[in-house]
Design a protein around this ligand. Structure first.
Ligand SMILES: [Zn+2]
Length: 217
């Protein structure tokens, strides 16, 4: 199997795959979408919300904001050994969001989230996501818990768009467009790593399950 980069920039990556059976190329694509961990708000504590938007709508909007992801310093909550439901410094980054409109209508943007813990890598991929409008006298005060998760668990953690199309001379092209959680090359490498780990587990599981079948007793 061979792979060659056809095009790369800070958001997209196109890789020509030669000698890859379709099943393998597609498994890599599906690992890219479903298994690469990224960061998003998983839990919101609403301390105050006097805006015209329901708590549920506000928290849903916030949960869909992609965060630049630090895979060096954080682990998935289910893989963390802290055993703490609220998490620890290895599995959660805490942000706060406070805003109040005084004399005129204001729009609250993602740039107003303030990181209280964690590393400086972790931040919304853009500061320009509008979250809510506040009329004079209205206030929001929220605490946000950002955690790693995967697309398999919820679509908000899907790292980007990944498609396969036919390339020249019987090759296939993997196209990946990142939503900003991770640089595209990093996401593809993480997908390959997870795929390889799973394949290793598969052999072990099969050996344990059927390794003795057909042997003389
Ligand atoms: Zn933890």
């Amino acid at each position: 199997m061979e792979a060659r980069v056809l095009r790369a920039d800070d958001k997209t990556l196109e890789i020509e795959l030669r000698g890859f059976p379709l099943s393998i190329a597609n498994a890599l694509r599906r690992h890219l979408i479903n298994e690469v961990p990224t960061m998003a708000v998983e839990e919101v504590m609403v301390i105050e919300n006097t805006s015209s938007v329901y708590n549920e709508v506000l928290t849903h909007r916030i949960s869909l904001i992609p965060f630049r992801t630090d895979l060096e310093n954080f682990v998935l909550p289910e893989e963390c050994n802290c055993g703490n439901r609220l998490g620890c410094e290895r599995c959660v980054v805490r942000f706060s969001l406070r805003a109040r409109a005084v004399s005129e209508v204001i729009t609250v943007y993602s740039r107003e989230m303030v990181r209280e813990t964690g590393t400086e890598v972790v931040e919304p991929v853009s500061g320009d996501f509008p979250i809510v409008k506040l009329a004079p006298g209205q206030t929001i005060e929220l605490e946000l818990y950002v955690r790693l998760g995967t697309g398999r668990k919820h679509a908000k953690w899907i790292p980007g768009i990944a498609t396969l199309y036919d390339g020249p001379d019987g090759s296939r092209v993997l196209y990946f467009e990142s939503f900003g959680f991770l640089p595209p090359a990093r996401a593809v490498i993480e997908a390959a790593k997870i795929f390889e780990k799973r394949a290793g587990e598969l052999e072990k599981v099969m050996l344990e399950a059927v390794g003795d079948v057909g042997k003389e007793t």
